[in-house]
Design a binder for this molecule. Structure first.
Ligand code: HEC
Length: 211
């Protein structure tokens, strides 16, 4: 934490500039666990010794950084290929960018440096409309702005996490519901999805499941 306003890459509202800060914030805000970055729990008395040491936080960072992205499945299947074409035609890729991106240099981590990746996100904030607004501005994000979440690995949420809850508050019970909630800057893409023939909708969902 430097007191400067920096562009965030992590968090639903893009409000965390580094992975370390995102993890330390999640530890304290979601689990009430203090670290050297956040020595005090919100609403609690005086800051004490951090519950997670600097060394353990460093180890946690190594683990998080080296977590691999799952391999795509069935990407050659004709239905999946068609779904990708539909994804592009609807304009989903305007935010969930489907072109290759290259990672920067991560000191000490050759495995993840200068790698070509397909995260399916621009990592930017977009206004997704009143329907998805939480009315809680955060950093420079308004109540209806959200950072485009990466879609890589989304097809495995069900088998790995054993749930199919999507969007920032888990309101969507399936990938299709997640698409249907899109509004604001994504209203045009959502409108086109609704008007698709049934086979094209199925193909788009098959594509999402392959990620
Ligand atoms: C204007 C940018 C934009 C466009 C266009 C867009 N999305 Fe999104 N998408 C987002 C944002 C931002 C979220 C997060 C919204 C939230 O959580 O409330 C999101 C969430 C999602 C999610 C849920 C991800 C998760 O981890 O919960 C899926 C699936 C998804 N989009 C698919 C699509 C598809 C398919 C299309 C095209 C029909 C599309 N999106 C078009 C910005 C966009």
């Amino acid at each position: 934490m430097t007191g400067e306003t920096r562009l965030g890459r992590f968090g639903w509202k893009a409000n965390q500039p580094t992975l370390r800060q995102q993890v330390a914030h999640a530890l304290v805000a979601d689990m009430g666990v203090t670290t050297t970055l956040y020595r005090q729990e919100q609403g609690r008395d005086a800051p004490g010794e951090p519950e997670v040491s600097q060394d353990d936080l460093d180890l946690l960072m190594i683990y998080m950084r080296l977590l691999a992205v799952p391999k795509r499945r069935d990407w050659e299947a004709p239905e999946v290929q068609r779904g990708h074409a539909v994804f592009r035609a609807l304009g989903c890729a305007a935010c969930h960018v489907d072109t290759p991106q290259e990672t920067g240099l991560v000191e000490g981590f050759d495995e993840v440096s200068r790698q070509v990746i397909y995260p399916y996100t621009d990592l930017l904030l977009h206004d997704l409309g009143e329907g998805l607004a939480d009315g809680r501005p955060d950093g420079l994000a308004t109540g209806s702005e959200w950072r485009t979440p990466p879609l890589w690995g989304i097809g495995l949420v069900e088998s790995v996490n054993r749930h199919t809850r999507f969007l920032h508050d888990g309101r969507a019970r399936s990938l299709e519901e997640a698409v249907l909630w899109h509004g604001g800057e994504a209203a045009a893409a959502q409108g086109k999805y609704v008007r698709l023939p049934r086979e094209d909708r199925a193909a788009l969902l098959a594509f999402l499941k392959s990620l």
